[in-house]
Write a protein that binds this ligand. Structure first.
Ligand code: AMP
Ligand code: ZN
Length: 471
């Protein structure tokens, strides 16, 4: 299995430190708002990679942190006259709700920054003892000149970085690129005791401390969006390798940006849709298919047309899944199972996914499978349950368990709620009929008009009243 490693800039054979275990750390959200559909791209692609590793038999220890103390959270708490805890708690719950709706598998652990303060302090103490950190009046900084390989992930050298960056003038730092490990408390801001006085952790050190605590000193995979390569991940390497004196990460995976009008979707530019907004219009399966159709490293431009097209694609797989479920409820009628090379489709799916998680190709394999199964079904009358069982198994193994673009259980849920809806409409039709008999036309028309607003059209005839749904 090959993975493109941002560190070496080539595809490398994937050999975890301790197979079949895989340690996988992903930089998670800062919980000051609902996450946008650009963040969702990174979360979903990380989820697909994790699910594929599990498909391959790896035991994946998947950790995603939650940054629950940060300048943005503090600002939001001031704007809303709420505590930082209230803001963080509210948006952490929203985060869990949204990832569940997007069918992202829960992480094994979601450590929060505020519960990791002691681990952060311990790591800064080690960096200080080893001479990598310096304290200026309660602010502790990392001295990047002390780490000889600084820049090795982003491939830049310090001079270039200094020249190219617009680092704010800060008299207390030795170098403009030095970054903060411990921020001295400001009046009215949340703070914790430390050997350097009251304060709070810098953002980069949180990930170094949490990944080490939960996954160990060397982790197999570390992932995040492209924007995190520099400075966040560069700084994580500098901190972790200076403190632990071993390689920090074997494989660095970075996700391309979701753009909108070809510009990065981001909170600060204001050009975003929240995942919630998009979920109110499109199914989680369609959103996931939309993402899976582009390779995780490439850019992807947001497009409602492509989301609608993805919804139609999901519908195709769903139609086959429903047909399969229906056939499996009947007794076996076919004499023999049809000749169909299921193994070939598994092999093709694995071949493309083994090549740096080529999800667009994997999607193509699934649609090819659906097309050929449909063809076979339409051309043969007697097909036995074994065949349908195999079709179901393939779709579950690949489309459901790896890509998450179909969900067998919800086929029933939707059906069930549709049946109840039909019964409720019929009940209203009967109530309306009774009202008409009592000459209460105002109320009977009200029922008809309100149903119409909901897209349900009543059709009166001599035989009675029927209904249809607006297309
Ligand atoms: P944040 O909450 O901004 O720290 O972002 C959480 C995750 O989403 C990080 O891994 C970011 O790199 C990623 N991310 C942010 N914006 C985008 C985008 N437009 N496209 C893809 N990933 C993004
Ligand atoms: Zn991080």
């Amino acid at each position: 299995m090959l993975i493109y490693n941002t560190f070496s800039k080539i595809k490398e054979e994937f050999i975890p430190v301790n197979p079949p275990n895989v340690t996988f750390y992903v930089c998670g959200p800062t919980v000051y708002d609902y996450f946008h559909i650009g963040n969702a791209r990174s979360f979903i692609m990380a989820d697909i990679i994790r699910r594929y590793l599990e498909y391959k038999g790896f035991n994946v220890d998947f950790v995603m942190n939650i940054t629950d103390i940060d300048d943005k959270i503090i600002n939001k708490s001031k704007e809303n006259n709420k505590s930082t805890e209230e803001i963080a708690k509210f948006f952490t719950s929203a985060f869990y709700e949204d990832i569940q709706k997007l069918r992202i598998k829960p992480a094994v652990k979601n450590p929060r920054a505020t519960e990791s303060i002691q681990d952060v302090i311990e790591m800064i103490k080690i960096l200080e003892e080893k001479g990598y950190a310096y304290n200026v009046d309660g602010n502790v900084y990392y001295d990047i000149t002390k780490f000889k390989d600084y820049g090795k992930l982003s491939g830049k050298n310090i001079e270039e970085l200094e020249a190219g960056s617009r680092v704010e003038v800060n008299e207390s730092k030795r170098n403009p690129l030095d970054f903060v490990l411990w921020k001295k408390a400001k009046e009215g801001e949340p703070s914790w005791d430390s050997p350097w006085g009251k304060g709070r952790p810098g953002w980069h050190i949180e990930c170094s401390a949490m990944s080490c605590k939960h996954l160990g000193k060397t982790i197999d995979i570390h992932a995040g969006g492209n924007d995190l390569i520099f400075p966040h991940h560069e700084n994580e390497i500098a901190q972790s390798e200076a403190a632990n004196e071993v390689k920090f990460v074997k494989y660095w995976i970075h996700f391309g940006f979701l753009t909108i009008h070809y510009e990065k979707m981001s909170k600060s530019l204001g050009n975003f849709f929240t995942a919630r907004e998009i979920l109110s219009k499109y199914s989680a399966e369609a959103i996931r298919l939309f993402f899976a159709q582009t390779h995780y490293r490439g850019p992807l431009n947001f497009s409602e047309e492509l989301l609608s097209a993805a919804e139609k694609g999901v519908e195709k797989i769903k139609n086959l899944a429903e047909k399969v479920e229906m056939e499996l409820q009947k007794p076996v009628t076919g004499e023999i199972s049809q000749q169909f090379d299921f193994k070939k489709y598994y092999e093709e799916f694995e071949k493309v996914m083994d090549d740096d998680f080529n999800t667009p190709q994997a999607v193509a394999v699934i649609f090819d499978f659906v097309k050929n199964v449909n063809k076979l079904i339409s051309e043969n009358e007697k097909i036995n349950s074994e065949f349908y069982n195999n079709v179901k198994e393939f779709l579950k193994d690949t489309a459901e368990n790896v890509l998450g673009i179909i969900h067998f259980d919800s086929l029933y849920e939707n059906k069930k709620s549709e049946v109840i809806e039909d019964k409720l409409i019929e009940l209203l039709i009967n109530v309306r009929l009774a009202l008409k008999k009592e000459k209460n036309y105002a109320l009977s028309d009200f029922i008809r008009d309100e149903l119409n607003k909901l897209g349900i059209i009543l059709q009166d005839s001599k035989e009675g009243t029927t209904f249809k749904r607006k297309k």
